[in-house]
Structures are given as structure tokens and as C-alpha cells.
Design a protein around this ligand. Sequence first.
Ligand code: XUL
Ligand code: CO
Length: 433
Amino acid sequence: MTGYFDAIPPILHEGPDSTGDFAFRHYDPDAVVLGRRLEDQLRFAIAWWHGFAWPGTDPFGGPTFERPWFGDGMAQARAKADAAFDLFAILGVPYFCFHDADIRPEGRDFAENTANLDAMVDYIGQKMADGGPRLLWGTANLFSHRRYMAGAATNPDPEVFAFAAATVKTCLEATHRLGGANYVLWGGREGYETLLNTDLGRARAQAGRFLAMVVEHKHRIGFPGTILIEPKPQEPTKHQFDFDVATVYGFLKDFGLEREVKVNIEQGHALLAGHSFEHEIALAASLGIFGSIDMNRNDVQSGWDTDQFPNAVPEVALAYHEIIKAGGFTTGGTNFDAKLRRQSLDPADLVLAHVGAMDVCARAFRAAARMWEDGAIESARRDRYAGWETADAQAMLTSDLGVIEAQVRARRINPVPRSGRQERLENLVNRYV
Ligand code: XUL
Ligand code: CO
């Protein structure tokens, strides 16, 4: 132990009546829900970048956090990893996620970046071997360094494309070495600020080839995990190419990658795209590309990505209901891509943010599971589409407009509108959450 979280005990499940702050009320990892342990259903992961690398800056102010591991050297990177594994142990989370830039110091060039990364992967690998948590996903930070200001794969400069491709190769290999379950690509700068200096078609083709090369390399090295794209409509770039799940699916189809790549859906990104979280999950599942989730929430009034810890059980329950319907997680999980508010300075704040989020998710998952087991929503959905189960309705889908017109005339079809029963269904959900 580093001593940073010294005053804080391991968090245990004490049940809903517990009065302590440092306790789970709803998250009992060993409780069996829908035939699996809750830990295996939810597959919680902690995000290295928000928890340990982010210093509390905002567009108007500098760092507010003073973590003892802040600094540029390898010793600081190791101290950061030590603190991270202390937090993982206190919370008992089964997974973590990282970008290369979160775990290693920035080097002067590609060779130094890679050497730093390799050394930190060795260090983290040893800590994992001691019974620590596993890696849900690794990724490359292709958006913070100034070389990426005009994009990585989509950059007008082929040397930036090369640097990014070489970097992803090293990060995919690092993820493989650590036994990662997935590899994520979030294209934060893969888009543009102004069309006046942008060749859209060329940039999109570069991104398609880049992704295909990542998939080819995955197979070359035998990485068994899933490649995931994380959609987001804007921020930091004004127009991002991976706008939402539907856009990503069109992109994957275009480059023949729809069976190779799935999506990591983030709650805040869904809202920025004008969708609900559950819409994005349900759509991805129906297209066969649902992979994993980044669990957070946005401030509903602010209109940007505030990455707050989840705290609304009804919202989270609807998201998990769609995940349960999709058959649950396979390689994916629930990654807390969420950060503290910048006034939350204490080590305890970092612990309690995760305790609350894990409890909200557990409570929501249990509610969603009850809703699923009772068939509350699903049977109402089935009833609404029951007309399509008849032979006539099915036959219509393989006929043509002329045949259908003849039937409308012969059978004097004259549809009678039926209630969508939205309020009744909302009342029903409220009985569970
Ligand atoms: C940014 C975001 C990223 C990705 C990984 O909004 O969500 O942290 O999750 O690059
Ligand atoms: Co994210």
C-alpha cells in the first residue's frame, strides 16, 4: 500500500440499512442475479485517466488536485500505478482501463514513448499477477498531444497518420500482453473544425483503412479481445466522424468491418448526439455490434460532456434492461469514465464517488433484472407488434406494392389507431426502480 488511501477501509457489502459512508448497500459481488454473480454481470472497471491522471483543470482554471504521484518521471508513473492498485483493492473492482498516456510519462519521440510504455506494462503486469484486477480495455491517446491537433488517422499530414498507426500497434500489443478483454478507439480529433480546409472523403477513407489495419494486426498477433469504437458527436472536435452508433455502423459496413468491430457506448456521448443511452445500446444490439459501456452522466443543463459519476437509478436501469435483453456483457463491461468535481480534493472523495456509482449500478441492474424476469416491458412490446406474427403480415414483406394494393382493396383494410400506452408503461417502470 502507498499510504495515500490509508485511512480508508476495504469497502464491503453491508446491505441497504448500513449507516456508514464506506459501505456498499446494493453491490454484493457474490449475489446471483439472472444466473450470474453480480460482479460478473456488471464487470466494473475504473478509468485510469480520470482517477489518477486528471489534475482537476477546467477551461478557466489550473489543477486543483495535488496527488503525490503527479510529475513526469518513471518513478511518478510507478507511484501512480501503486495508488491505482490500492484503490482497485479497496473497492474490489474486477477491471481497469487505460490510455498509454495515462500510465507512462511522455517521451521525446516514438522510441522513448514505447520504451516507457513497455516498462510500465511490465510493472503493471507484475501487480496484476499478484491477484489484482484485470484489464477491460486499453487504448491509445491520439488527441492530447499537439501533433494530433488536426486528427490522427484523418490527419492531412501522412507523418501524423504514421505516428498514430505505430502508436496504436504498440498499445494493442501492450493490451494483448496484459490480457485485455477489448481494445478501444475513440476518435476525439477524427473530424474537423471547418470544411474550408477539409477533404471529407479523403479523411474518411484514411480512417477506414486505419481501422482495417488495426483489425489485421489484431489477427496477426492473435489478440482474442474485441476491437471497439467509441462514438461521440463532437468535443473536442466540432464535427466528429464517429457521431453515434448509427453513423459508426454505416462506416463499418462501408469498410467491411461490421463483423470485426463493435461499439463502446458512453452515456454522455449518447446525450450529446441527441439520443438516450438506452437508445444507443438497443440500436447497437439490434445491429449486432453492442460491445461495452462507459458509464457516466452529463449535467442535463450544460450541453457538454461533464463525465459525472452516475446517480440516477431509473436512467441506469433502462440502460441495463437493454443490455440484459441483448444477453448481457460478453467481453465488455461497465467502465466508469467519470471524474470528480474539481473541488472534491480528498482521497475519500475518489473512493466514495466509485462506491456510490457501483451501488447505483447494482441497484439499477437488480431493478432491470426484475423487470426483465417479469417480462413487464417486453410483453408490452410483443403485444404491440402482435399483428406482425400472422401469416398474412409476414407474406406482405415478401410481396410487392401491387399485391399489397390489391389486398387493401379486397379486404377493405382500414386501420384503427391504438394507444401507445406510454404513460402506463412509465408507471410500470416506476414500480421497479
Ligand atoms: C472522451 C472519452 C474517452 C474515451 C477513451 O470523451 O470518453 O475517455 O473513453 O479514449
Ligand atoms: Co469514454
